[in-house]
Design a protein around this ligand. Structure first.
Ligand code: N1C
Length: 332
């Protein structure tokens, strides 16, 4: 009886604490642990990312005589000054000029990789710029990747702990801080690409390329045909999902037309083996991801192995019925 009373007391205490927490913290009540608005600790994050990029992620980019280390305090100040104390929906593009100038790093020749709607795949594929180089693998993109930042005119100049526009460009909020940042970062990235470039698109979508994407608006028009030799389009699809776009699709033809108009040659590959195989790590049970066992050059897939075992079972079953037993048939 005493234990029962004690348990009831503990339970009531817990319920009281939960109600108190939810009343005092509306974010917890809404089931969120991420506060709305700009990412907390923005200054520390930008400074830290900038330092980490130069010291650990790509130290060799800053080794040459002409490639000194960029000043991270200056970069952080330029980033925050671009949108701090600005109207939330009118952060003009030119406000990022100083930041872009200070944080600019070269894009390695033949490695630039653009994308639409497949960032997860691209992130795995590029290996932080070792295999290919997406915007997020340059210092500018590395700093901004995944951050939320919104402007406000009143102090402290950055909107924390309140809903704010996000990155979409809308009729009522055309130039929010994030939109202008990615627009400027994307055009700077594209105008610095050289050699063969890559464009990874999502073939699980009905339209893998669309004119109004960041790629279509800010990158394609800034590719410099005197530096870019070819654009290689890679159409990846999510394993198990229907392939809805192919190299022969109408909107890929539109993309290739737009590239041609800019004097840029292009190629297109459906389900490229490398990225597609990499995706199978996340979808091992999909049919197209079933492992192939290779013996002496011959390859046998799981279906063949299953068929082989079924055959063996049937043969041993028939043998047990003595159908092929010569002695038995003779004795009849
Ligand atoms: O509109 P998208 O794709 O075509 O933009 C992607 C395209 C890439 O080639 C990048 O180089 O534009 C560049 N880029 C980013 O790197 C980036 N990181 C995060 C553009 N936008 C970026 N974001 C955010 O994703 C940004 O807030 C923007 O609104 C989306 C665009 O992603 P998308 O529609 O999948």
């Amino acid at each position: 009886m005493k234990i029962w009373t004690q348990n009831l007391y503990v339970l009531m205490h817990a319920v009281f604490l939960i109600i108190l927490t939810c009343t005092l913290h509306p974010q917890v009540a809404r089931g969120q642990c991420v506060p709305p608005g700009s990412t907390p600790g923005l200054r520390d994050l930008v400074l830290g990312r900038c330092t980490e990029y130069q010291a650990i992620v790509h130290p060799t980019h800053f080794c040459g005589n002409d490639q000194q280390r960029n000043n991270c305090t200056e970069i952080t100040d330029n980033f925050l000054t671009a949108f701090s104390h600005q109207p939330a929906c009118n952060v003009t593009f030119s406000r990022y000029d100083n930041f872009i100038r200070a944080a600019h790093t070269d894009v390695t020749r033949n490695k630039a990789m653009f994308w639409s709607d497949v960032y997860g795949v691209v992130q795995q594929y590029t290996k932080l710029g070792q295999r290919a180089m997406a915007l997020e693998d340059t210092l500018i993109g590395y700093i901004g990747n995944g951050l939320r930042f919104c402007a406000q005119e009143s102090p402290p100049g950055i909107a924390y702990n309140q809903e704010c526009p996000g990155s979409d460009q809308t009729d009522t909020c055309p130039y929010n801080a994030e939109f202008s940042f990615w627009a400027m970062a994307s055009s700077n990235f594209a105008s610095n690409a050289s050699g063969d470039v890559y464009l990874m698109l999502n073939a699980s979508q009905a339209k893998a390329f669309y004119n109004t994407s960041f790629f279509g608006v800010w990158e394609l028009p800034n590719l410099n045909s005197s530096k870019v030799t070819k654009a290689n389009v890679l159409l990846v699809h999510i394993p198990g999902q229907t392939v809805r776009s192919k190299c022969s699709s109408e909107n890929i033809a539109l993309l290739q037309r737009r590239l041609r108009e800019r004097n840029i040659d292009s190629s297109c590959e459906d389900s490229p083996r490398g990225p597609q195989a990499m995706l199978c790590v996340d979808y091992p049970n999909e049919k197209e991801c079933q492992v192939k066992v290779s013996t002496n050059g011959a390859s046998i897939n799981n279906d063949a192995i299953t068929g082989f075992y079924i055959c063996l079972t049937v043969i041993s079953f028939i043998r047990n019925l003595n159908v092929f037993d010569c002695d038995a048939s003779l004795s009849v």
